[in-house]
Design a binder for this molecule. Structure first.
Ligand code: PMP
Length: 404
């Protein structure tokens, strides 16, 4: 079991107050709080190691490079990639998705080729594909879901045609919390010769994710959602695909040799990492992954599953409560509306009670349209949340409901 009180001490922000009330932070799907170890890793590196990586012969540069490349190996192990060449550091999920849309699109997609995206995708797994449609005339097809918020697998199977090249699917929906059957969906896509991109922004922080087990071709995630810093993220790509894909951006670090006549590119993964990388962020991300390992991914997942079950039960008792997403497999995200209270009003009033939730369209407007609403309120949990915080949320919602 988790010793939550001890764990909470690792996160200084959790002991602050908001409007003179203890902070109840339930916006973890947007970003997680940082343990002391992560913040200290960043200050320590700036104070005592800082130097640009990969090109210095001097001591500090070599030390910084070592930390940066150890971080890559750490990520490789965390998601069980085959090689470090398959781990590309980016700014986050959004940049990782844009990289694939641009570069895979350049290498492998022609006019009339089809890309499947699900109706529950985050905008960052929709818009890059629409931009590619503008550039190349690809066809976007939408994988539908059931009213419970599960992928409609029968329809999914029937969406494939000989022109289907890629399936883009969130592992866990940032709105519904649905855990999508990405392994099964990947196996189906592969029988049609299509590649699969899994958006792991909401799964990697909460459960074990093994890219070889899923057998996906790409996986993306963001450091800031797994207790790491902002500005660092990961693209995993299958090596033989990455080899065939052109660089996304040009500049320093990604070249082998430059002349005005011709430039050749670095080997993987550097080919995709133009410019000075966020080497402090990568090291701090590795510290965050170590922190998660130290507690135990299965223990975290069990704790969050307990919180989610408890919150679903307690919230369902509130009159007028409508919860979106009741999939059989659901992670620590609960989106909801209460009667005809506008989510913005609900969020603002809860904030006055010290309770931080998210309100709005959650960067998933097509999903909002599918659910017939403009916006929702959302509570999302992390390893440091408690049942008492769920109680505070439920009591807060009930109080707001009675005011209306
Ligand atoms: N995909 C999903 C499922 C997400 O939840 C998010 C963040 N809300 C993103 C992509 C985008 O992540 P980032 O803003 O870190 O690039």
């Amino acid at each position: 079991m988790l010793n939550i009180e001890e764990i909470r001490k690792d996160f200084p922000i959790l002991s602050r107050t908001v409007y003179n009330r203890p902070l109840v932070y339930l916006d973890n799907a947007a970003t997680t709080q940082k343990p002391r170890a992560v913040v200290e890793a960043m200050t320590d590196e700036y104070y005592s190691v800082n130097a640009n990586v990969h090109r210095g012969v001097h001591y500090l540069s070599q030390q910084a490079t070592e930390l940066h490349e150890q971080a890559r190996a750490n990520v490789q192990e965390f998601i069980n990639a085959r090689s470090e060449a398959e781990i590309i550091f980016t700014r986050g999920t959004t940049e990782s998705l844009n990289l694939v849309a641009f570069s895979f699109g350049e290498a492998f997609l022609k006019e009339g080729d089809e890309v499947l995206v699900s109706v529950m995708e985050h905008h960052s797994n929709i818009v890059p594909w629409q931009m590619l449609r503008e550039r190349k005339g690809i066809v976007l097809k939408v994988i539908p879901m059931t009213d419970e918020g599960e992928i409609d697998l029968e329809t999914y199977k029937n969406l494939f045609s000989p022109r289907t090249r890629l399936v883009c699917i969130a592992h866990v929906s940032n709105v519904l919390g649905t855990v999508n059957p990405v392994k099964e969906m990947t196996a189906i896509a592969h029988t049609h010769g299509a590649k699969v991109l899994v958006d792991g922004a909401q799964s990697v922080p909460h459960r074990r994710v093994d890219v070889q087990d899923i057998d996906c071709d790409f996986l993306t995630f963001s450091g800031h959602k797994i207790y790491g810093p902002t500005g660092i993220g990961v693209l995993y790509g299958r090596e033989e695909l990455l080899e065939k894909m052109p660089p996304y951006q040009g500049g320093g670090e990604m070249i082998a040799r430059v002349s005005f006549e011709k430039t050749t590119y670095e080997r993987l993964p550097f080919k995709f990492e133009a410019g000075t990388p966020d080497f402090v962020g990568s090291h701090a991300l590795a510290v965050a992954l170590d922190y998660v390992r130290g507690i135990g991914q299965d223990i975290i997942a069990a704790h969050e599953a307990d919180l989610t079950r408890y919150a679903m039960e307690q919230m369902s008792l509130i009159p007028g409560m409508k919860i979106y997403g009741t999939a059989r497999e659901k992670d620590a995200v609960i989106s909801f509306n209460v009667g005809d209270i506008h989510p913005l009003d609900l969020g603002t009033l809860l904030d006055r009670l010290g309770i931080a939730i998210r309100t709005g369209h959650h960067c998933a407007q097509p999903l909002m349209a599918r659910c017939g609403v403009e916006s929702m309120a959302r509570a999302s949990f992390a390893l440091y949340n408690t049942r008492a915080e769920v109680d505070a949320l439920v009591a807060g919602i009930d109080r707001v409901r009675k005011m209306f």
